[in-house]
Ligand binder design. Sequence first.
Ligand SMILES: NC(=O)c1ccc[n+]([C@@H]2O[C@H](COP(=O)([O-])OP(=O)(O)OC[C@H]3O[C@@H](n4cnc5c(N)ncnc54)[C@H](OP(=O)(O)O)[C@@H]3O)[C@@H](O)[C@H]2O)c1
Length: 247
Amino acid sequence: MFTAQQRILVTGASSGIGQAIALRCNALGATVLASGRNAERLAEGQRRAADPSRWLCVERDLLEDMEALPEWIRELARRHGKLWGLAHAAGDGLMDSLRTYDLATARQHFDLSFHMPMLLAKGFCDRRCSENGGALLFLTSASAVFAEKGHMIYGAAKAAVAAAAKAISQEVAPRLRVHCLAPGIVDTPLEERAEAYMGASYREEQLRGYPLGFGHPDDVAQMAAFLLSEQARWITGQNFVLAGGRY
Ligand SMILES: NC(=O)c1ccc[n+]([C@@H]2O[C@H](COP(=O)([O-])OP(=O)(O)OC[C@H]3O[C@@H](n4cnc5c(N)ncnc54)[C@H](OP(=O)(O)O)[C@@H]3O)[C@@H](O)[C@H]2O)c1
């Protein structure tokens, strides 16, 4: 599906969905720039990769010096060559409500879930950084689409990304494509943290809404790899829900 000259930067590659996307793209022939904060888990990903020589570990806390993110992408492109794709999977959950709403938490979360992906997109979409025909992929969430109690700020930030992605898709076409994947519950460390916070009955209650059960990270990675590839050349600006039949 990919060649070794197709370099894909995957954020969140040290865990969960991001790691599954990085492993899948590597297995399909791409060179992966695997980014995360945890060096040990990035190196573990490299050991598991189909071709470890096409897995480059790039350690960075993306919340540190966020305004420098476009320049960071330029530096990666200078060092390794232009990127074919950016799959942005770094992120975290937030359980919140109108009752607990406070401005500082909302601003912090919008930095993580909205401003960070936009700054990365700005760097990637620069002609000096990305190959013609390439693709940008954001992880949004089913919370941006369905009514979900407890996901007020989280869902709003993800919906903002999906809306921005539509606008960006028009701005960068036909040179680049822009995609969003909106997963429902996928078994990852993020979901484990949510379940620990919500208590014992949460998983069982949620499962009732999923005719096909919860997702595995690779269920998302399969679709991500397709969208990043040339096979999806006629698709842009969409927010695809992957949620095991939940609606
Ligand atoms: N799992 C679900 O049910 C689900 C559902 C819908 C949407 N999503 C979305 O999918 C994406 C991936 O989630 P996941 O479930 O795979 O989560 P995860 O297993 O907790 O992984 C999160 C990743 O984000 C990285 N990360 C977090 N903050 C970072 C920062 N400041 N700088 C750099 N990297 C950072 C982590 O890096 P380190 O581990 O190295 O610190 C880790 O690699 C998120 O955007 C999430 O909102 C997940």
